[in-house]
Design a protein around this ligand. Structure first.
Ligand code: HBI
Ligand code: FE
Length: 290
């Protein structure tokens, strides 16, 4: 992750909290065009796959295909619903800075957009992943509170416990790659899935991955892969239940986690509630976290 001094040549106005001005007026037609291409692809695959809370959030926040959103206008819409705002950052920011933003209801979103020849591959989060992928769920009151709690929990994990790895797994398997069980079927809410065409289809329909009932300690013991489709997804019954399971003092949990097993991404345990057991028919390939 770059330091602020490494970012300064390219972003002379960068602030101590790693925020920059979005400079919405500087995006050109090609950049808005990439947003439109990505948006239209997702608009085709998400109905029947994304959870209604995500699709409602897109509508409520007036996110449209035509142009990259102006963060000020978007933040005014979002703030009216859940008190969150969106701030521009160059891309990944250090953990302590990231948690401070979340704890204070600011979502740091990458300012740049990927190039047209990189539609499906991203090394760092861009404005499409961050805004299209993350921000709609921030319009959901319970999920919005969950993200604040995660930010505060992250600050505490950094200060007191050295358990960041466990906490990052929780973020990965919920915020980034979470599934939810709805009366109408399994649905996606994780931002890494909803912002990727191929993984949106894979996560819901492929016989390859395991789909396992969410458990806090189970997830915090499980490694993840950042360079390919997930081998296991964890499925929550509701956002209320996710919040309830995680809104607690993690000290006893961290204590348990300092002993006992860690699991590999594809492991299935006797204690798991298995919704679908993967047949591992997908053998890998390059894919986007975006
Ligand atoms: N920075 N911009 C950005 N986006 C992230 O998702 C992010 C980050 N910095 C750190 C980070 N995520 C994770 O390491 C923490 O969730 C643990
Ligand atoms: Fe993300």
């Amino acid at each position: 992750m770059p330091t602020i001094d490494q970012l300064r040549p390219k972003h002379p106005e960068i602030r101590a909290d790693f925020t920059i001005d979005q400079h919405w007026e500087r995006y050109g037609a090609a950049e808005h065009g990439v947003w439109r291409t990505l948006y239209e692809r997702q608009a085709k695959v998400l109905p029947g796959r994304a959870t209604s809370e995500f699709l409602d959030g897109l509508k409520k926040l007036k996110l449209v295909a035509e142009h990259i959103p102006d963060f000020e206008r978007l933040s005014d819409e979002l703030e009216a619903v859940t008190g969150w705002r969106v701030v521009a950052v160059p891309s990944l920011v250090p953990d302590d800075i990231f948690f401070d933003h979340l704890a204070n209801r600011r979502f740091p979103a990458g300012q740049f957009i990927r190039r047209l020849d990189q539609l499906d591959y991203l090394e760092e989060p861009d404005v499409f992943h961050d805004v299209f992928g993350h921000v709609p769920m921030l319009a959901h009151p319970v999920f919005a509170d969950y993200m604040v709690a995660y930010g505060k929990g992250g600050q505490r994990a950094l200060r007191e416990f050295g358990k960041l790895k466990n906490l990052a797994r929780l973020y990965w398997y919920t915020v980034e790659f979470g599934l939810i069980e709805k009366p109408e079927g399994l649905r996606i809410y994780g931002s890494g899935i909803v912002s990727s065409r191929t993984e949106s289809i894979y996560a819901v329909e492929s016989p390859s991955p395991n789909r396992i009932g969410f458990g806090l300690e189970r997830v915090m013991r499980t490694d993840y892969r950042i360079d390919d489709f997930q081998e296991s997804y964890f499925v929550i019954p509701s956002f209320e239940e996710l919040f309830e399971q995680t809104y607690r003092d993690f000290a006893p949990l961290y204590d348990r986690l300092s002993r006992g097993p860690n699991y590999k991404p594809g492991d299935v345990l006797p204690s798991d509630r298995v919704l679908t057991r993967g047949d591992h028919s997908y053998v890998g390939g390059s894919h986007a976290v975006g």
